[in-house]
Design a protein around this ligand. Structure first.
Ligand code: PLP
Length: 384
């Protein structure tokens, strides 16, 4: 269906930071399928895990137990506790619902907030310029009114406040509010990182009023921003965390984590999924997380992000670089970002125009220094 413009390029193969099109041309991938292939394309550990699992057991439904999902859930729980005081070492602080996408992870969070808040206390407050998905509920949570227009009426129970404004948030928190849902770095909204003061303030307001603090780490999570989860640098422990994108390195999988006492608001039958948590997707996630830990991807993202940021900051045509780790927004000085993306593609690099004036860069977290230098060279050429 015509939901996307006609593609400029058709890709047929990928390896590490590189993609090949159907005419055999090679491209340096600085976007990772929108922050998904964080370990690069066709990572052998993920490919092997998928092949082995495909021969072992693909799917049985959630009417039966499987062994891999609980293992992945425990790993996520442990990683969510990194740097968080008092987190039990064995990874049992929270519980996880597996699904197939970021939007579904947020749908789970929104339904959980409604069960937790109870009838009459169901409103989810999110920020302007946020992005939380394209299903009807997550579209309404998305704070971009232009995207709502063609789909009114949207489900009731959503409210938007200006980003990074605690006073406006406080004004929005009446007794109908069940949860606040925020990205630690707004991705689609232009790569806008939250400050520690803002997130600590949100946590305080939520605590004072018994409101859930839900953090959307679909784009920012799993090492990309230099921590396992970007909120870990912001001095808060959220009640609910959603993730997807990089969790399967390209295999569709999402997860909604909640503190045990919050997850307990769900009863059997409240929420369900046919495919969520199935062995194939969780086998991919298990392999992804094992490689991510072995490679220490948060540290790699920090180091590579610093290198990229330093090289771009002084480049003619760049007015500012924002973001964290390897999720960067490059604000252009007098250039149309779409035109620059088109030129980059001609030169052999994939990026995206996150706003009319800014590029988004989200390369593989395993990108090499040589590849980073090549990226800087191509961006310089495109701007020149
Ligand atoms: N939340 C955030 C922060 C995202 O960046 C995205 C996708 O870009 C989503 C949710 C939706 O994820 P999906 O496209 O997997 O439904």
């Amino acid at each position: 269906m015509p939901t996307y413009p006609a593609p400029a390029v058709t890709f047929v193969r990928g390896e590490g930071s590189w993609l090949w099109d159907d005419e055999g041309r090679r491209y340096l991938d600085l976007l990772s399928g929108l922050a998904v292939t964080s370990l690069g394309h066709s990572h052998p550990a993920v490919a092997d895990a998928l092949a082995e699992q495909a021969r072992t057991l693909l799917h049985v439904s959630n009417l039966f137990g499987t062994t891999i999902g609980p293992e992945v859930a425990a790993t996520l729980d442990r990683l969510l506790g990194v740097g968080q005081p008092g987190w039990p070492a064995e990874g049992t602080r929270g519980q996880v619902f597996f699904c197939n996408s970021g939007a579904e992870a947020n749908e789970c969070a929104i339904k959980l907030a409604r069960r937790f808040g109870g009838r009459g206390r169901h409103v989810v407050v999110s920020a302007l310029q946020s992005f939380h998905g394209r299903t009807l509920a997550t579209l309404h949570a998305t704070g971009q009114p232009a995207k709502h227009e063609g789909f009114q009426p949207l489900p009731e129970g959503f409210r938007h406040v200006p980003w990074a404004d605690l006073d406006e948030l406080e004004r929005a928190l009446d007794t109908t509010v069940a949860a606040v849902l925020l990205e630690p770095v707004q991705g689609e909204g232009g790569v806008n990182p939250a400050t520690e003061a803002y997130f600590r303030g949100v946590r305080r307001l939520c605590d004072e009023r018994g409101i859930l603090m839900m953090v959307d780490e679909v784009q920012s999570g799993l090492g990309r921003c230099g921590r396992w989860f970007a909120h870990q640098a912001l001095g808060v422990v959220p009640d609910v965390v959603t993730m997807a994108k990089a969790l399967g390195n390209g295999v569709p999988i999402g997860a909604c984590w909640a503190k045990r006492e919050v997850a307990a608001a769900f009863e059997p039958g409240d929420h369900a999924t046919t495919f969520g948590g199935q062995p194939l997707a969780t086998a991919a996630a298990r392999a992804v997380l094992a490689v991510m830990e072995a490679e220490d991807v948060p540290a790699r993202a920090t180091r590579a992000g610093d290198r990229l940021r330093a090289a771009l900051a002084d480049m003619p045509g760049v007015s500012a670089v924002r973001g964290l780790g390897l999720l960067l927004g490059v604000e252009l000085d007098g250039h149309d970002a779409k035109a620059v993306v088109t030129r980059l593609l001609e030169l052999g690099a994939v990026a995206n125009a996150v706003t009319p004036t800014a590029l988004r860069l989200a390369p593989s977290l395993l990108i090499t220094d040589d590849e980073l230098d090549h990226a800087v060279e191509l961006i310089g050429k495109a701007l020149a």
